[in-house]
Design a protein around this ligand. Structure first.
Ligand code: SF4
Length: 489
């Protein structure tokens, strides 16, 4: 099976999507698959006659589905809730009661039979051939007919069916079609005037949206990321799932910024920048302070993610803290940072995520954690290098350096929860990204022996060689050493 995405056109907004934790492939993907199934029932004009719904989860979705909230996500998707807007209290309520569910309001209105203990089945010993994250949804209709669809959650919240062609949005003609890092350089070098990578990406995005709409959407992504950090820094409790992991971001931030804190994000981050001694001229604030803040930002996002909070996939939920941590580092600790810089950061980072998706994978079930934290770190390194004035070659070099030092990273979440090692691992990805940007900015890419495309190929071949127990099954590594009883709620 090869679910890479060559020649498919992917928008930056396919990589950065607002959603709900804890997992893009095990929560967001199944949620979107359930929504798609409901749309199929509507289009087939059978939704009013559905009597019962069945859900079969296979492979990695079955093995770590409960810890990742796959069951909750499917029920919310079938109920017509949108992960971008669903209130947190609705998620919390269904999490509390999921095992007692006895019926569903399909698409929010059609009442159908659904008994949790009978109608959602975790096939832990079976995997479907196309991708490890397979799921089948079945609707029993009043005339005795059944409608059945199988979906695959292939990472980053993307959902496909085995025999479907490219999405209509992926079939557009872009001015600068990009599949590889070499394509980026070729387009850059073909311009009369040198331009940064973000300008190229913006031109492509204009095929989908007018520029003002793109700018609004980028600002929205930034705001959701920043609010996620703010919420995470203002919450202190033990994470759900039975592992007993205490949230730490708030305590770390409290050691850096005396209370009381401003109660809105804008003023809070202004105070954070001030506390770290943001310099008036070019340069960065004190190293130790910044290191702790960047770690606090990353922890905050992934604690929110583990707590079913609202996050932005970047490119996945498990790795959702790396890009915001580095982006906030840029916005609040680097002199001369601006809103337009934030947009350029996100455009560049998003394109790097796409190149990894097309040439390798952003699914831990296919490639281990190198596909999540490794890719997010490469994205952040590229975005930061772009806004710190790096050349396109240095931007790509930063992404290459960052991934080079994540190659082979396995995925072994303890208890199937996106907590250990996931939350801390985001801090490592963020710090490596900043280091990679710094190294690239101080280097001459002409002398580099390894290109970004080389490292993407190496990542893909490593993914193919990796033992399957290290691909989001919780059967190897740390997960095998620290067995826990996951609380199934
Ligand atoms: S170990 Fe890495 S890839 Fe696996 S769930 Fe955690 S963050 Fe995601």
């Amino acid at each position: 099976m090869d679910t890479r995405y060559p020649q498919q056109r992917i928008s930056v907004f396919d990589i950065f999507k607002v959603g709900v934790g804890p997992s893009s492939s095990h929560t967001m993907g199944p949620w979107r698959a359930a929504e798609r199934f409901v749309r199929t029932l509507v289009m087939d004009r059978v939704i009013e006659s559905v009597r019962r719904i069945g859900v079969d989860l296979y492979g990695s979705l079955a093995k770590t589905g409960i810890g990742h909230g796959t069951d909750v996500a499917v029920l919310l998707g079938l109920s017509g809730e949108d992960p971008e807007t669903v209130p947190r209290c609705v998620i919390d309520e269904i999490r509390r009661s999921v095992r007692g569910v006895e019926h569903l309001a399909l698409a929010g209105g059609v009442h159908v039979g659904f008994e949790y203990t009978r109608d959602i089945r975790f096939h832990r010993d079976q995997a479907l051939g196309y991708h490890p994250n397979g799921m089948t949804l079945t609707a029993s209709v009043s005339n005795g007919r059944s409608i059945q669809e199988t979906y695959y959650s292939i990472g980053g919240g993307f959902v496909v069916q085995e025999d479907e062609g490219p999405r209509p949005e992926a079939q557009v003609t872009l001015p600068y079609p990009i599949d590889t890092a070499a394509d980026i350089l070729r387009w850059i070098r073909s311009q009369d005037q040198p331009q940064p990578i973000s300008s190229l990406v913006l031109e492509n995005e204009r095929v989908w949206d007018p520029q003002d709409r793109i700018e609004q959407r980028l600002q929205h992504i930034f705001t959701v990321m920043r609010d996620c950090v703010f919420n995470g820094l203002n919450t202190e409790r033990t994470l759900p799932g039975g592992l007993g992991v205490a949230r730490r971001a708030r305590r770390l931030a409290c050691s850096l910024l005396p209370q009381p804190w401003p109660d809105n994000a804008e003023e809070f981050f202004a105070a954070v920048a001030h506390s770290a001694g943001k310099p008036a001229a070019a340069g960065a604030a004190g190293f130790e302070q910044v290191l702790r803040w960047v770690s606090a930002f990353a922890l905050a996002v992934n604690e929110e993610n583990a707590d079913f909070g609202r996050v932005v996939t970047a490119p996945t939920n498990g790795a959702a803290g790396v890009v915001p941590a580095v982006l906030l580092y840029y916005r609040y600790f680097v002199a001369g940072a601006s809103d337009s810089g934030v947009a350029r950061f996100l455009l560049t980072a998003g394109e790097i995520g796409s190149v990894f998706k097309k040439g390798a994978t952003i699914s831990a079930a296919q490639g281990g954690c190198q596909a999540e934290i490794g890719v997010s770190s490469a994205m952040a390194a590229a975005g930061l290098t772009e806004v710190l004035g790096g050349s396109p070659e240095q931007v790509l070099m930063a992404a290459e350096i960052s991934m080079e030092h994540h190659l082979g990273l396995t995925c072994d979440p303890v208890g199937g929860l996106v907590q250990v090692p996931c939350i801390e691992r985001n801090t490592m990805g963020a710090v490596k990204a900043i280091t990679a940007a710094s190294l690239a900015l101080a280097s001459d890419p002409e002398g580099a022996r390894v290109s970004l495309d080389d490292v993407i190929e190496a990542m893909w071949s490593t993914a193919l060689d990796m033992n399957s127990k290290y691909k989001e099954t919780s059967e190897g590594g740390l997960a095998a050493r620290i067995p826990i009883n996951v609380i199934e709620c």
